[in-house]
Design a protein around this ligand. Structure first.
Ligand code: 2AM
Ligand code: CA
Ligand code: CA
Ligand code: CA
Length: 263
């Protein structure tokens, strides 16, 4: 049977609203915080509980689909064939732990590797960004978003993950230098939202599929480019050095990579 994408979107919106109620209730209780690969890579009981809640509901909504989740409650996905849901239950876990703010829930829905619907929920501001080619646009709650201005690198702010800039990976210091300035928000989801709203013109970070799956669908729908730092398509099943940028800024950044410039 053909998928009713409008209905599926409404179902996911309702699911995320329920997930938000649960997360907000739990975040005022004592968190259980564990380290994954190190002291800056955390997971809490809320990340795990929310992923389990979301994936259980996704399996009811779409029993045939594969589900890839950050905390491991989904499938062992080795192919993007068919329908694939990619879930990040809490994006910005460090912010969640230290600030109780500036974190997001994210879901991307792909069909044979092509983005169909994306959802980024700014939990504390209670704004759910959703849309994609199947809906023909992107909405912030009920309000449709226009495309952000196609700014050149020199004319806007760029989001970065701080380790890349500190170590000057992939000429990130030269890119920051060529921009109007750097911002670091600590959540890929919040970074993607800022680009959708035209507050920043791009974002560079080393990311896993659950960090960029939802944002890629939403941003591409608004005419913003997503690629690797070399301009190649993102691999939906592994880590990528991700470049998100307006068309003009993407050209400017790829030129810096090509010219191999340093400060
Ligand atoms: P997370 O909170 O879901 O793990 C922080 O700069 C941003 O990068 C967050 O969106 C975070 O997602 C993501 N990230 C990806 N890999 C990370 C890692 N190894 N350690 C910390 N954050 C990571
Ligand atoms: Ca994580
Ligand atoms: Ca994440
Ligand atoms: Ca996460």
């Amino acid at each position: 049977m053909a998928t009713d994408w409008q209905q599926l979107s409404r179902d996911v919106e309702a699911l995320l609203k329920e997930a938000r109620r649960q997360v907000i209730a739990k975040m005022h209780q004592t968190l259980t915080v564990d380290e994954k690969t190190g002291r800056k890579d955390l997971v809490t009981n809320v990340d795990k509980g929310n992923e389990q809640f979301l994936i259980r509901a996704i399996r009811q909504l779409d029993p045939q689909a594969q589900v890839l989740g950050e905390e491991g409650f989904g499938d062992n996905v080795t192919s993007v064939k068919g329908r694939l849901w990619i879930v990040d239950p809490i994006d910005g876990t460090m912010n969640f732990v230290k600030q109780r703010d500036n974190f997001a829930m994210m879901i991307g829905i792909y069909q044979d590797g092509v983005g169909q619907l994306g959802f980024i929920y700014d939990v504390m501001n209670d704004v759910l960004y959703h849309g994609g080619p199947q809906l023909g646009g992107v909405w912030a709650n009920q309000q449709q978003l226009g495309a952000p201005a196609d700014l050149a690198l020199a004319d806007g702010l760029i989001g970065m993950s701080s380790p890349l800039v500190i170590k000057d990976v992939a000429h990130t210091q030269a890119i920051v230098h060529a921009s109007a300035g750097m911002r670091v928000y600590g959540s890929a989801g919040i970074e993607m939202i800022n680009i959708m709203l035209g507050k920043t013109l791009g974002y560079i970070s080393y990311l896993k599929p659950w960090d960029f799956a939802a944002g890629q669908v939403l941003l591409n729908t608004l005419g913003v480019r997503t690629s690797t730092i070399d301009g190649q398509p993102l691999d939906m099943l592994s880590s990528n050095l991700v470049l998100v940028a307006t068309k003009q800024a993407q050209r400017d950044i790829l030129q810096i990579e090509e010219d191999d410039v340093s400060l």
